[in-house]
Each structure stands twice: as structure tokens, then as C-alpha cells.
Design a protein around this ligand. Sequence first.
Ligand code: PHE
Length: 398
Amino acid sequence: MRNLTLAAFAALSLITLGCERKTPAVDPKPPEAKPVDAGVAAAPKQDDVILLGEVGSLTGPEAAFGISTKQGIELALAEANAAGGVKGKKLEVRVYDDQSKPEEAASAAARLITQDHIALLLGEVASSNSLAMAPKAQEAKVPMISPSSTNPAVTEVGDYIFRVCFIDPFQGYVMAKYARQDLKMSKAAILKDVKSAYSMGLADVFEKKFSELGGKVAGIESYSKGETDFRAQLTALKKLKVEGLYVPGYYNDVGLVARQAKELGLKVTMMGGDGWDSEKLFELGGAALDGSVVSNHYSAEDPSPQVQNFITKYKEKYGAVPDSLAALGYDAAMVGIEAMKRSTDLTGPSIRDALAQIRDFPGVAGTISINEKRDAVKPAVVLQIKNNKFNYVATVKP
Ligand code: PHE
């Protein structure tokens, strides 16, 4: 692990996350509990088409994750098709909404595999949902790529499960180190979601790393996904007189936590991970989020042509600045497409073998090299919130 490198691009006046983003249209809520084809590809399987499957949270508390990811994937497919597709075939994607629920994610994955006969599975964002899907893909030998699930257990399900993002032991370390060394924080507390594999895992990493670096985690409180009143936990934490509060949750919960913490007079620097990344966070938390810091996958302020070209294309198509979900959705699809091009015969095993060989692939959210655990090893960024915007602070290399 190397030191924090303060990059020069913080000073550049570029488009920043959040300043021009419109709320994307939400797909209509499915009338029934079963996953519904939110679908792009309704046509029966044809010989000149390669059908991909996507499972995402298009409705429910994590809807912003699924919508951004879907848009990133669509953009990648449109580009790949315009460039001739794969082995002379056109790419299509069938998308099912899991309503932000693990059990729906599992049944959607099963349906894509057994009924739609997809060549490759893309998804999910939330680690708990990816964990529910992965055994279906593994069992059927259909390669699965999670764009953004960071819990280590996801790819441990088996040799058909890949991801194009870093994992939580790294992300948790990044924030613990930033808190200790840059914010000079000595006492912190944690508020975690017991229903989320992501939140539980990240809380453990932060506690361990922050302590190893000489800090003290003075208290840990928890909640369950779906709760909206965090006052009891925050009141208990207030008594501990900590300087920082690590909240490894999703935007939907974090926005409310920030607001209630402020109302209760809790004077802490709030810290989090990639799960905070949504424009919706600011709608919920507003000014109560000012000064908070998070680790994330990418910054829209990155001046590299790779990132800025992607932002331009995405804005043209969707009228919004892409968040890290959109960037990682795009990257996951592009890596999948590259593997299909390199595969001998487009079967599950041959696409899997090609995925395992991906090295130095130029992704928008960092260069992707798949390691022996089928994870991508790449840098993280530290972002600070000010005036309803994520501002770039630093890049941390693994
Ligand atoms: N990393 C989160 C998880 O594993 C999902 C996420 C990724 C959320 C990126 C926002 C941005 O559950």
C-alpha cells in the first residue's frame, strides 16, 4: 500500500459530480412481485444475436444504482454494435428488475439462464444481491460480471464469477488511513446495516484498520435496511464524543442518518464508501452532508481523455453526468464484450477463460487487470462533499 497522492487535477475547473445531473426516468414499477422484463430485447434468440442478461435494482431503495448501471451498459452495447458487434453478431441485453431484493435477484438470474439462455450475466451492484445471484451462474457455468459489488465473498462463490471493481478490504483501508493520517482522527464510531453484506464487511475492515493505525473505535451501532429513524443509535453514539462516524451504507439510509445526526447536534465528520454514490444522497441529506468524506471508484473531475470522453458521450445520451455506477456498468459490459471477442466459441467455459486473462484493460473507472481471485486491482479515490457535490481530494493506489 502506498501513500496518499494528492493529485493536481483537484485544482482544475471541470464538471463535477452533481452539478448538472438530471434525475433519470424511473422504469415503471412492475405490477407483480416476479421480475419483469424491463427489456430491450424481446425478440426470440436468433443466430445473429448474442443475448446478454442483466439483473439490477430498477425500483426499490437502491433504484438509483440499477438505473445508472443500466445506462452505462446500454452505452457500451451501442458502441460495440456500432463497431460491428462480436464475431459478426449483434449484442442485445435483457434486463430484469430485482426491486432491490436478493431473492428477486436470484430468481431473475435463474430466469435469464434457464429461459433466455444468455451468454453472459451482468450484475448486481449491491453485494447481497450479487451473492444471491452468483450460485445460479456458477452452477450453470454462465460467466457473471458484477460491475460494482465490493464484498470479497462475491467472487469466492466460484470460478465463473468476476468483478471489475476493487474490493472492500482495500476501500475500508483507504478511509481508515485517510481518517487517521489526513484528518488526524483518533476516536471514531461506526453505524452499520446488519442486513447488508457490504455494510457488515466494510464496518469490520474499517474497525480493524483504524485500530491498527492507532485509532480507537469507541462504539458500533446498527440498523436494518428499511429503517428510517436512526435517532436512538445516534443518541447513543453522541455520548461517546467521537470525532468521526463511519457509515458504510447506501445513499438512501445515509442521507437520513446525516440529517438526523445534525438535528441531534452530533458534531462529527461522517465517512463512508462507494454506497453513498448517488445524486439522491443530496436530496435526502442536503447541507447535513457537508464536510463528509467517502472512498469511491472514480471521479468525474478526472481530466484524462478516457474519462472526459465517456462523460461527454453519456451526457449526450442521458443528459446527466455519469456516477461511478454508470462508469462501472460501462466497464463491466466492455470487459465482457472483449472476453467474448477473444473466446473461442462463445460458450460459458470459453468466455470464462477469456475473462480470466483480462489484463490492463482501459476502463473508465481505472485500468482493469483480473487477478487470480477474479477481482480487479485498481486505485480508489477519496471525495469530499461540499454544497451537494462530491469533490475530488486524492487517489490511493493499492
Ligand atoms: N460496493 C457496493 C456493494 O458492494 C455497491 C456500490 C458500488 C454502490 C458503487 C455504489 C457505488 O454493495
